[in-house]
Design a protein around this ligand. Structure first.
Ligand code: ATP
Ligand code: MG
Length: 381
């Protein structure tokens, strides 16, 4: 049976006509890509996208992961006449209502019709009461809502609304480089930027033998790629052990983490130049682990010219964890990981840019960073 899926999108309505069209085209292309391999037809119509497919369950699973999609509803399509809507709605209601349950009919209408939304509510409501014994109407807190969306000559009846990520279509906001560690925070940060329309190129610094998060970073990247609207996602895995060794052996120990992080930012900036990216994304949260103080973040920022985006900056751990669960990276990120063996006992928390620059001058990291990137592997997901 071919089912219709109603796809809602949000904020695009706020844009100018021209921008909105461009965003809508992008969203439609992304949805088509996300549904690749699933037999479907797609139609856009004033603020809604309709997908018709014989594989609704699988299509819905993919649609709720497309950035820009606010929500989707599997719906039954019918003619926009009182008789058509009534008989379809009664069929739908029979599937979800049992004796003792309450329901409400909620109709929304766009176009010219001989009836109002309230006419539909009333006609459909009384038909359901007559057809299903033991049910009652409760408009404020019903067990089930029977929703009807009337659009021109067609109407769509549904009971379920499944949330998508919302935000903007992927690709409407350009490319960013996202530093992906394999911990909980950085995949969430990358995802939040995807939700705002940015395409991320991932960079993981493989700091073996000091720490080993490569497998977790790969798993996180794979989970993130499920939200990339069917598009490929790239991750650079950069061998970073030699860089870190130089920092540990030849710079003040208190500065190890800061110097290590500044090196990561630099590599991210070099990748950005190759990939045409306009910013760097990290999972830093204010006040978390030693390095994440205002003074330190300022010293980190000074390592690069590109803006550094930290979408988690103001979030609490629980909020980050909630998002990580939803996007599917929480499990991989919380597997036991080896703590970084290069971290000093007392890392600097109030870094002074002058001292950091001086330590870096003596280190001469540039050639090591270039070499590390030269040996990087670019993996596609
Ligand atoms: P996360 O949970 O993302 O690992 P964190 O709270 O453990 O973050 P740090 O380890 O200080 O904090 O890392 C801060 C940010 O720096 C990370 O969110 C990530 O963006 C980046 N980062 C840290 N280590 C790496 C790495 N090995 N490769 C790539 N990026 C990294
Ligand atoms: Mg970490």
């Amino acid at each position: 049976m071919v089912e219709t899926i109603l796809v809602r999108y949000g904020e695009l309505a706020l844009k100018s006509e021209r921008v909105r069209r461009r965003f809508e085209r992008c969203l439609v292309e992304n949805i088509k890509a996300a549904l690749k391999g699933i037999d479907h037809e797609l139609r856009g119509e004033r603020g809604r996208i309709f997908v018709e497919t014989p594989s609704a369950d699988e299509a819905i699973e993919r649609l709720v992961r497309v950035p820009g999609v606010v929500s989707v509803s599997p719906a039954v399509k019918t003619r926009a006449t009182l008789e058509g809507m009534t008989s379809t709605a009664v069929d739908v209601a029979k599937k979800v209502l049992e004796p003792g349950m309450s329901f409400a009919v909620r109709t929304r209408r766009a176009g010219e019709h001989e009836f109002t939304s309230r006419d539909v509510d009333a006609a459909v409501g009384s038909a359901i009461l007559a057809a299903i014994p033991g049910v009652r109407v409760d408009l404020s807190a019903p067990d089930e809502e029977i929703s009807i969306e009337v659009r021109g000559e067609s109407a769509y009846v549904f009971t379920e609304v499944l949330q998508g990520p919302g935000g903007l279509p992927l690709g409407t906001q350009g490319t960013v480089v996202a530093l992906l560690s394999g911990g909980i925070d950085s995949p969430v940060a990358a995802w939040l930027m995807m939700k705002r329309g940015c395409r991320p190129v991932l960079v993981h610094l493989d700091a073996r033998p000091y720490s080993d998060a490569r497998a977790r970073a790969m798993a996180a990247a794979r989970a993130l790629s499920d939200w990339a609207a069917g598009g490929k996602m790239a991750m650079y895995v950069v061998p970073y052990g030699e860089v870190l060794r130089a920092i540990v052996e030849r710079a003040p120990r208190r500065l190890t983490c800061l110097l290590c992080k500044r090196g990561m930012y630099r590599i991210a900036e070099m990748v950005a130049a190759r990939e045409g990216a306009l910013g760097i994304v990290t999972g830093e949260v204010l006040g978390q682990v030693a390095s994440q103080t205002l003074a330190n973040l300022r010293v980190l920022d000074a390592a690069v010219d590109l803006p550094v985006f930290r979408p988690l900056l103001g979030l609490d751990k629980v909020e980050v964890e909630r998002i990580a669960r939803r996007l599917g990276t929480h499990e991989v990120s919380t597997e036991r990981a080896m703590p970084c063996a290069a971290a000093p006992k007392r890392p600097e928390t109030r870094a002074d840019l002058g001292r950091v620059l001086e330590a870096e001058r003596k280190l001469d990291l540039a050639p090591l960073l270039e070499e590390a990137l030269g040996r990087a592997e670019r993996i596609s997901f």
